[in-house]
Design a protein around this ligand. Structure first.
Ligand SMILES: [Zn+2]
Length: 281
């Protein structure tokens, strides 16, 4: 994401001013920021920021069609991000459904930065410490959603950003992997495009209810196979998000899946010395 320091610094200043839990009452901060809020029956966008260059006021417009409160809050925070991030003061594009709560790398840098701002503002690390030290599960995702008033998708993405386990959140729509967000230690790349029939997410798009917990699947169902043991397996827990024709999957690497005699070119050697928090098990 573009300008992490700018995002971190802006979020930190915002939380100092309005409190660590301001995300759950974000609307109440708008007046102090010089922002009005309007709701419209918009189809082509979920949120928009209307402002004139050089004027320290603006109007945020939210679509009335956003189907849940968590996503609505995230969209609002995303628009606040466009307003308060110093590098975005001149951007006035409406934000489409595709850009909100998404970690699709093909999104523009400004959209990605607004999403990162929203994630850090609504789900500050300080409020999640008890959750992120535990092995990542959907129970943890729901705990974040309860604490922060965020959607399961946003909560799972945030958990995969903060956990030190080898975990990824994958978002699929219409039978295809659209984007994923992996923890720093996940290391592997998830395959985008058509879901593998060996995944439970694949079944979920065919009307089958996925198991209510992690299940073991072949690693090749999700990951590029280069450097993997032939029988490598990972854990998958998928849930259907029927409102979005989407499936949200948590992937957890809970055992050694890499060939040990092959140097893994995907690993950054620095990670083993300075940043790495958890060794592969
Ligand atoms: Zn946007």
């Amino acid at each position: 994401v573009e300008r992490p320091n700018e995002i971190e610094a802006t979020v930190a200043a915002f939380l100092r001013r309005f409190g660590d839990d301001c995300g759950v009452r974000l609307e109440q901060t708008l007046t102090d920021l010089g922002l009005d809020l309007q709701h419209r029956d918009a189809v082509t966008y979920e949120g928009a920021l209307l402002k004139f260059k050089g004027v320290p006021r603006g109007t945020i417009v939210l679509s009335m069609r956003i189907p849940d409160a968590g996503r609505r809050r995230f969209t609002l925070a995303h628009e606040v991000g466009h307003y308060v991030l110093p590098s975005q003061r001149d951007s006035l594009q409406p934000c489409s459904k595709r850009s909100i709560e998404s970690w699709d790398k093909s999104l523009g840098l400004q959209e990605a930065a607004a999403n990162q701002f929203a994630a850090e503002l609504l789900m500050p690390t300080n409020r999640l410490r008890d959750v992120i030290v535990e092995p990542p599960t959907f129970e943890g995702v729901k705990a974040i959603a309860d604490i922060c008033g965020t959607s399961l998708t946003a909560s799972a993405s945030r958990l995969s950003e903060l956990t030190s386990f080898r975990m990824a959140t994958v978002w699929s729509q219409a039978g295809r992997v659209r984007w994923y967000r992996a923890s720093a230690d996940f290391v592997r790349w998830v395959r985008k495009g058509d879901l593998s029939p060996e995944s439970y997410a694949y079944d979920a798009f065919r009307g089958m209810t996925p198991p209510d917990g992690y299940e073991s699947v072949p690693a090749r169902a999700w990951l590029f196979e280069k450097g993997l043991k032939e029988d490598a397996r990972i854990l998958e827990h998928s849930i259907a998000l029927t409102t979005y024709d989407a499936v949200l999957s948590l992937l957890l690497i809970a055992e050694e899946i890499e060939l040990s005699d092959e140097p893994d070119l995907a690993l950054d050697p620095d990670e083993f010395t300075t940043k790495r928090r958890r060794w592969p098990r």
